[in-house]
Design a protein. Sequence first.
Length: 98
Amino acid sequence: MNSKGERAVIEWNPARNSLPIFNRAGDPINYLPVVEALSQKNRLDAGGFATADDWMAETLTHRYPLALERIVRGHTRVTLNPATILISLDNIMSTPDG
């Protein structure tokens, strides 16, 4: 979820190492153009999943490259006790007035 309330849910198929068009209410990481490109290139299977390699190819120049795979990996492989949610806060610069 981002600060605008846009939310996404990432599903992962570990057997195929594939990620789907994620369920969303908005587009918190601006991946809709990526999903459209994958669709136009026929890289989505019948369930809406694309391989991790296809996601990588489409997101390398994106503001958040490999975001879906990194989030999945952080919750499944990298940590001993993965969190159920992640939070990222914007940097808020304080003014001299307080």
